[in-house]
Design a protein around this ligand. Structure first.
Ligand code: GUN
Length: 301
């Protein structure tokens, strides 16, 4: 029987810490501002964006969500993002992914001012992560790190096997966890679709992080007894017996993995709420920097 890594609870703790920092900013007349842009009608993205907006407001920040049509031209979207860059009330800019196919994700993400890149997707942010320097950390990998650390799970000397090499999760998470730091210091292996005999790696891991984007891909036979299992996936699987017509599940087959694991994240309620909390943390830090407040970027270490 595994202990549940309760992301909802830890995210709430993070938000409580942030409320204090938001109050300190208010004393200086500053309200942290988050600008979220959603292009098109992707159903999952709509839910995420609404959650980000609500969470920002809950901690006393200003949040504005811009819903733009799916057929917007690249030039129009660029102009919109530049306007966010130039708006002094905006401390953080988030462009929700995925974008409609005709829009070039990479060059649009590059356009977001590096000092407002609270999603941590800009090459400057990712470079700082790789170098172990202060900077905006991508929210999901940072959320995984904070969740493990606050649960008292030390990664020092542990073998972390990350399954998935995306720019959003796998690659930055590997870079965060390999740093010499109290909440890192792991030996990291990144597996992916080209890995031969994947289970050979996952079976030898102290910590398995599943970030593949394939429903219930990691099964009980692929993890060792006592492993810590973090499920970054969130997949919609058709289920005609439910009113919504689908159920949500992770990249981990919970029923077969949970009995072997020492700790496991649930889906939903694991990594998802952490992602949002860390987005707010990046935005508050951005506002503090602008306000000249000398704060530690990562008070969660
Ligand atoms: N799409 C899925 N996850 C994310 C995220 O963390 N940020 C953005 N911008 N888009 C996403």
């Amino acid at each position: 029987m595994a202990q549940i890594l309760d992301g909802k609870k830890v995210a709430q703790e993070v938000r409580s810490l942030l409320k204090g920092r938001v109050a300190r900013l208010a004393d200086k007349g500053v309200v942290p501002g988050l600008s979220v842009t959603l292009v098109g009608e992707d159903a999952a993205s709509k839910v995420y964006v609404a959650s980000k907006d609500a969470a920002a407001k809950e901690v006393g920040m200003m949040a504005s969500t811009h819903r733009l049509p799916a057929d917007i031209s690249e030039a129009e979207l660029r102009a919109h993002l530049i306007a966010q860059n130039n708006d002094p009330s905006v401390h953080g800019i988030l462009l929700q992914l995925p974008l409609p196919k005709h829009l070039p994700e990479d060059s649009l993400l590059n356009l977001i001012a590096a000092d407002k890149d609270v999603d941590g997707f800009h090459p400057v942010s990712l470079g700082n992560v790789m170098l172990g320097r202060p900077g905006f950390k991508p929210c999901t990998p940072w959320g995984v790190q904070v969740l493990l650390h606050r649960a008292g799970i030390s990664l020092k000397g542990k073998h972390v096997v990350i399954v998935g090499r995306s720019n959003i999760v796998g690659k930055p998470l590997a870079n965060l966890l390999v740093q010499k730091a109290a909440d890192a210091d792991a030996t990291v292996t990144v597996c992916h679709s080209g890995t031969r005999d994947l289970a050979r790696f996952t079976r030898e891991a102290d910590v398995v992080v599943a970030a593949i984007g394939r429903a219930e891909f990691i099964t009980g036979d692929m993890v060792r007894e006592g492993a810590v299992v973090v499920d970054v996936g969130i997949n919609r699987v058709e289920d005609a017996s439910l009113p919504k017509g689908y159920r949500l599940c992770g990249d981990v087959h919970f029923a077969s993995v949970e009995p072997k694991a020492s700790f496991i994240t649930p889906v939903p309620g694991g990594v998802g709420p952490m992602t949002i909390a860390m987005l707010l943390a990046n935005t508050v830090w951005s506002a503090e920097l602008k306000a000249g407040i000398d704060s530690k970027h990562d008070p969660f270490q």
